[in-house]
Design a protein around this ligand. Structure first.
Ligand SMILES: Cc1cc2nc3c(=O)[nH]c(=O)nc-3n(C[C@H](O)[C@H](O)[C@H](O)COP(=O)(O)OP(=O)(O)OC[C@H]3O[C@@H](n4cnc5c(N)ncnc54)[C@H](O)[C@@H]3O)c2cc1C
Length: 464
């Protein structure tokens, strides 16, 4: 008699990506007998880093219609939101991130409840430390609580890591109580007194969040914001009619300059018709991965050097109410933008002295009681110091890409090792897949990856 196949799939990381994957795995008929383990050290699985903060002033930066967990049911989150207290006075255009965290946790909780019709899902409230390969071809995932999970497939859904240290080589400031290395750490901002001087490094979406949180907590002193280009994220406009895709014109372009020339032509045509730049940019979104992948490494590097900053503030937009609040704070003199790069941070008693380098060579020193690094997540897997990442990297199972954007993978998300070989046991999804797509950050891309990876694992189980 043939034995039933009981594959074991371990998903490391229970944020959006891990949650979406677990929910998709449960829908695969071929995985009905599977055992699925979800590893997440946070107290509540589902929200992950992005949606765990209990601060109602932190808003989602996308409208509800784009935020369903399930690509096959696009209105799932919007429908759920209508039933929630946040919609008492009408469904919000930009809901609090806490609401989205609740949504993710609720959907995941449904999957953790045992049913006969779907595979078993077990949540381990712990951290994965190593995952060595055994002679049997399985991986033994070792958790911080001592649990060992013999796994046929291990999926790394590790998400975003805190920004790297912004200034060197003297790193004493990293241990100073006024230096906030992780802008997302719980309770971080609440340690800042109302009259304390504050300096933020970076002017992206995280910096806007921190400014709004400080304002919400009654902070009264001006905040210095140091940014290389000095641009704030642009604001979402009212929902505009879509601009037709012109990707077919770009498909053969293998240079950044070529793509930019065609884009600018469409931009001029759109402006002549009274259409804003946003729909033109958004029309490319479904094909961004293909445009990026068509560029050789040197062109990708060129894009990162010259255009990634501009891209970040035009593609990732703020809710309009955030942009308005920021404008009010700036007009009141409470936000002071400084162009430049942080070169040095030196502890000076209870204060931190920060040296800003500017393009013309002239620099300045600023002093603040608190410095918050809002420089964007660390994605370079050559530098990430998580024990699991380090152990897989040291053994050559995980290889960072040459541009420092994430992990090398095949098109399914299977890890490509340092020797170039594709793993049959290790997979990843989420921001770690930026080398393949460049944009691998927001919900629409990640839920698609989850659905495709679940189908791929189901296919492999059937083939075994
Ligand atoms: C502050 C913030 C706000 C955002 N807002 C939006 C938004 O409004 N809309 C949008 O579309 N996108 C937003 N994003 C983008 C975000 O990347 C995705 O929406 C999504 O949340 C990423 O999910 P993830 O599961 O890949 O990563 P994370 O949310 O980072 O989750 C990864 C999880 O892995 C766990 N983990 C890490 N290492 C281990 C280990 N060794 N063992 C076990 N567990 C581990 C962590 O504890 C964490 O919970 C935001 C991102 C951030 C940082």
């Amino acid at each position: 008699m043939t034995q039933p196949i009981r594959p074991v799939i371990t998903v490391v990381g229970g944020g959006f990506s891990g949650t979406a994957l677990v929910l998709q795995l449960r829908q695969q008929p071929a995985l009905r007998e599977a055992e699925i383990h979800l590893i997440e050290p946070r107290e509540v699985p589902g929200p992950g880093l992005a949606y765990s903060a209990r601060r109602p002033e932190y808003l989602l930066n996308v409208r509800p219609a784009a935020l369903s967990l399930y690509p096959e049911t696009p209105s799932h989150f919007a429908d759920w939101l209508k039933t929630q207290p946040e919609s008492a006075a009408g469904a919000p255009d930009f809901a609090p991130r806490t609401a989205y965290g609740r949504y993710l946790h609720q959907e995941l909780s449904g999957a953790l409840a045992p049913t006969a019709a779907a595979p078993r899902v077990l949540w381990h409230n712990s951290r994965a430390l190593t995952a060595p390969l055994l002679p049997s071809g399985q991986r033994n995932v070792l958790l911080a609580d001592g649990t060992e999970l013999m796994s046929d497939y291990v999926v790394l859904a590790l998400g975003n890591f805190p920004p790297p240290p912004p200034a060197g080589p003297d790193h004493r400031y990293l241990h100073h109580p006024g230096y906030h290395a992780d802008p997302w750490a719980t309770g971080n901002i609440r340690r800042i007194g109302p009259d304390d001087s504050v300096l933020l490094i970076g002017s992206g979406l995280t910096a806007v969040d921190v400014l709004l949180a400080l304002h919400h907590d009654g902070h009264r002193a001006p905040v210095a914001v140091v940014a290389r280009h000095g641009r704030w994220p642009s604001a979402h406009g009212p929902g505009a009619a879509p601009y037709p895709s012109f990707y077919p014109e770009l498909a053969a372009e293998t240079t950044v300059t070529g793509v930019l020339a065609i884009f600018k032509r469409h931009l001029r045509a759109a402006v002549a018709q009274g259409i804003g730049w946003q729909p033109v940019l958004d029309s490319l979104r479904p094909n961004l991965g293909q445009i990026w992948a068509a560029w050789p490494l040197a062109e990708q590097r060129r894009f990162l050097r010259h255009l990634a900053g501009l891209w970040a503030v035009t593609r990732h937009r703020s809710p309009p109410q955030n942009a308005e609040a920021l404008a009010r704070l700036t007009a009141a003199g409470l936000v002071q933008l400084r162009l430049g790069t942080v070169r040095e941070i030196v502890p000076d008693g209870p204060l931190l002295r920060v040296r800003i380098g500017q393009k013309d060579g002239v620099g300045e020193w600023l002093t603040a009681r608190h410095v918050v690094c809002c420089a964007g997540p660390l994605l370079d897997y050559g530098r990430i110091a998580d024990p699991l990442v380090m152990s897989l990297r040291d053994k050559g199972f995980l290889a960072p890409d040459p541009l420092g954007l994430g992990m090398l993978t095949d098109p399914h998300g299977a890890l490509r090792g340092a020797d170039g070989r594709i793993s049959t046991t290790l997979f990843t999804l989420g921001p770690s897949r930026r080398p393949a797509y460049f944009e691998s950050t927001a919900v629409p891309e990640l839920r698609q990856q989850a659905a495709e990876l679940a189908r791929e694992l189901a296919r492999r189980v059937t083939m075994k």
